[in-house]
Design a protein around this ligand. Structure first.
Ligand code: PMP
Length: 406
């Protein structure tokens, strides 16, 4: 069966849906960029045309997220997973330059583990070595079954080390659907009160799964915010870094003092010194990302997109709560830590989950199966999913509850 775009709603978790109008324009540029007779992917990355895309894209991110002048916007490859490694290498190099006399045991990397992505990042830090990993909190210890990630634990359980080389957290855990609260007064907010400004400890946030879905609170307090492009920004292949200038360090000088050498493509200072063009960048992904951000700007930018995303997740959680109250659904995540972008739940009763996914698929509601690691159902409401499309899903779920709840 061959389907048209208009016949389906794509709830993929990333790569995910992108705006149709943007893809139509990108398709034109892929064939003939700005009347040059040459397609975007066939131009030189050193051309003025592409230099303009790099600058415009950085400018759009700066404007939309209100990036302060203390921070640089950089582009690289290797995905978010590449940064799991780059964070360790660059920030341990920084630490080495600041404190050359410390032993490896005294170079501590603090990881806040609230889901499968921050867990993976902490494991990579352990694998690379050069310092020791301190797990500040492991959210599994406070979940009912001690196996799943279901909430952001209370701040009192966070065990930060004294002066770590950095503190690392993941803002929204796509696989699990756990998110730090956007309300700073919530116990599920990031515990900024534990980070002493005067210690100048770099705080790193993996924003891959919520990037550009709303403004980033406390952006200026972070040393690094990074994200893979493949959710709200554009096609996979591009990784965006928003990095505070003091974290762009001479890693070769650090290596002379005993730090691990940093592969040149992972070296943030080198990326910056070359205006993100040290080597050939993911040109098509950057081009589409620029178009996506122009589209977002026309929609009213981050404040308008935040409101839209808030309304979308509210109507979805309302119907999921209704199903849970009737004993048909079990939501995986506690209320205060629920993700705006990724809603995860189980359909209870023999064969009901399979039935839900099968009927949804037939209705054109695609890609709703949960991540292979955790199963269940996962909805992803990235920016390109409209409110009307969310309402279609909500109506489907309401109907399913009517037919299947006892
Ligand atoms: N971190 C988070 C929060 C993610 O959602 C993902 C998946 N997109 C990753 C890291 C891994 O990203 P990548 O596949 O780009 O390495």
């Amino acid at each position: 069966m061959s389907l048209e775009r208009t016949q389906v709603i794509n709830f993929n978790s990333g790569p995910c849906a992108l705006p149709t109008s943007v893809l139509e324009e990108a398709a034109k540029g892929l064939l003939n960029y700005k009347g040059t007779g040459i397609g975007l992917a066939e131009l030189s990355h050193r051309s003025g045309y592409f230099g303009q895309i790099v600058n415009d894209l950085a400018g759009l991110i700066r404007t939309q997220l209100e990036v302060p002048p203390t921070h640089e916007v950089l582009f690289t490859q290797g995905g978010a997973t590449g940064q799991f490694s780059a964070v360790v290498l660059n920030l341990l190099a920084r630490h080495r330059l600041l404190y050359p006399e410390l032993s490896e045991e005294e170079r501590v990397m603090d990881y806040v583990v609230t889901g499968n992505w921050s867990k993976k990042a902490s494991e990579e830090a352990g694998r690379l070595g050069g310092g020791v990993v301190n797990v500040v909190t492991d959210a599994r210890t406070v979940s009912e079954d001690h196996k799943s990630f279901a909430s952001i634990p209370p701040h009192t359980s966070f065990q930060f080390s004294k002066k770590p080389a950095f503190v690392y957290y993941c803002e929204n855990e796509t696989i699990d659907g756990v998110q730090f609260s956007t309300d700073p007064a919530s116990p599920a907010a990031f515990p900024w009160e534990s980070i002493k400004e005067e210690d100048f400890v770099p705080v790193v946030g993996d924003y891959s799964s919520s990037f550009l879905s709303r403004p980033i609170p406390d952006l200026a307090r972070h040393a690094l915010i990074y994200a893979g492009a493949q959710k709200n920004l554009g096609p996979a292949g591009l990784t965006v870094l928003i990095v505070r200038k003091d974290c762009l360090v001479d890693t070769d000088a650090a290596a002379k003092l005993g730090a691990q050498p940093v592969p040149i493509t992972m070296d943030w200072k080198v990326i910056h010194a070359n205006n993100s063009l040290y080597n050939t960048p993911p040109m098509f992904s950057m081009y589409v990302s620029q178009l996506v951000l122009e589209h977002a700007q026309a929609q009213g930018g981050m404040p308008a997109i935040k409101l839209m995303n808030e309304r979308k997740k509210d109507i979805l959680y309302d119907v999921l709560d209704e199903g849970a109250a009737k004993g048909l659904f079990r939501l995986r995540v506690e209320k205060a830590s629920r993700s705006w972008m990724n809603q995860t739940f189980h359909v209870l009763g023999a064969g009901k989950e399979e039935l839900f996914l099968e009927q949804a698929d037939k209705a054109g509601l695609k890609a709703l199966a949960g991540h292979r690691q955790v199963g269940g159902v996962r909805v992803s409401l990235y920016n390109a999913i409209s409110e009307e499309q969310t309402e279609v899903l909500v109506s489907f779920i309401r109907e399913f509850i009517k037919e299947n709840a006892a």
